[in-house]
Design a binder for this molecule. Structure first.
Ligand SMILES: [Zn+2]
Length: 349
């Protein structure tokens, strides 16, 4: 869902975004490049990959989706920056979603580069989750959220569909909060911003005056905050992470989608307001309809494209987002949980 958009700081990138084109490869700083790489069949259209260049080689931040056309765009972007795949010495991912981490494995394979991520992010890699969570976890979650059995069947993934995600690479280097990316003059530092995922990181570079925000803060859209393994109250985590990142207001914001912009503090306020409005809407739905499951609440919320056009896996993210809001509201006392095999919710006193 969109909120008040942020002010673009690069006209060309913004114009291209408006024309629904892939923005050009740009030299953002003398040693930092932005390379938009396509995400096939996805309304986000592209991931903005960043290349940090030093005498010792190139570090790629968020290399993008595992598709040939994405790889080709990345290789072409490296060439514009005067480099090739063999120059890549490291890969940093802000989080493990496949539109960010998808190509990390191939990059490592073809260049020998290390892969770095936050330790909490490693724990939610599908290959790790398969070891640490029971097989019935997903089915149980859908049922307890009140998703009807016939719908739940359509929201589950087949082993074939899961396979490429199971192959997402494990990290070689862990970047905890405050850790420096081991590259060049070592000016890029990890800022842990859990919420969108448990181990999401932003990268702050005080010398270049930039803040790479991944999906944490985007100029127009609000990232999905859904229930997941590894964080039982992701919306609280997200809001705390927004408040935290607002302190970097002087930096130019380099997000992983859409376009770069100035004014992270203002944008975080808009995102917090968006979630507060969603909580208010959930309260109204509960007051009007009485005890409801997360699924029943989700169907009654407003969706920018209409609920009937939220289909397939998108419905899954929608319910997960409602659950995240309910968990957050429960902590504040604005909703009450009636626990059971199917969880029901009612407005708080
Ligand atoms: Zn993401």
């Amino acid at each position: 869902m969109s909120t008040v958009p942020a002010e673009p700081s690069a006209q060309g990138q913004w114009e291209a975004w408006k024309r629904k084109e892939l923005p050009p490869v740009e030299r953002v700083r003398s040693d930092l490049w932005s390379v938009p790489v396509p995400i096939p069949h996805n309304p986000l259209r592209y991931t903005i990959t960043y290349l940090s260049v030093s005498d010792s080689g190139v570090v790629v931040v968020d290399p993008g989706w595992f598709a040939t056309e994405t790889w080709d765009a990345l290789v072409a972007g490296l060439a514009v920056a005067g480099a090739s795949v063999s120059d890549v010495v490291g890969v940093v991912v802000t989080h493990i979603h496949a539109d960010h981490h998808g190509l990390s494995g191939r990059l490592k394979q073809e260049s020998g580069a290390w892969i770095a991520m936050h330790p909490a992010e490693r724990e939610v890699l599908p290959v790790r989750l398969a070891e640490t969570t029971p097989d019935s976890f997903d089915k149980d979650w859908l049922r307890s959220s009140g998703v009807p059995a016939d719908v739940a069947g359509k929201l589950s993934f087949s082993p074939d569909a899961i396979k490429p995600f199971m192959e997402l690479s494990l990290p070689d280097i862990l970047l905890s909060d405050g850790d420096v990316v081991p590259h060049g003059s070592r000016t890029m530092r990890a800022v842990w911003t859990p919420g969108h995922t448990p181990g999401h990181i932003c990268l702050y570079d005080s010398v270049r005056g930039v803040l790479l925000t991944g999906d944490h803060v985007l100029p127009r859209i609000s990232p999905n905050i859904g229930m997941m393994v590894g964080d039982d109250d992701p919306l609280s985590s997200y809001i705390a992470s927004l408040e935290r990142i607002a302190a970097y207001d002087s930096a130019e914001v380099l997000p992983a989608h859409e376009y770069r912009f100035q004014g992270v503090a203002r944008r975080t306020l808009a995102l917090i307001k968006h979630h507060q409005e969603r909580c208010d809407e959930i309260s109204s739905v509960l007051r009007a309809n009485g005890e409801s499951t997360a699924w029943q609440i989700t169907e009654r919320l407003t969706w920018s494209r209409g609920w009937e056009n939220v289909r397939g896996v998108m419905r899954r993210s929608a319910v997960a987002e409602t659950c995240a809001h309910l968990q957050y509201m429960r902590k504040l006392g604005s909703v009450e949980l009636i626990d059971g095999e199917v969880r029901r919710w009612r407005a708080g006193m």
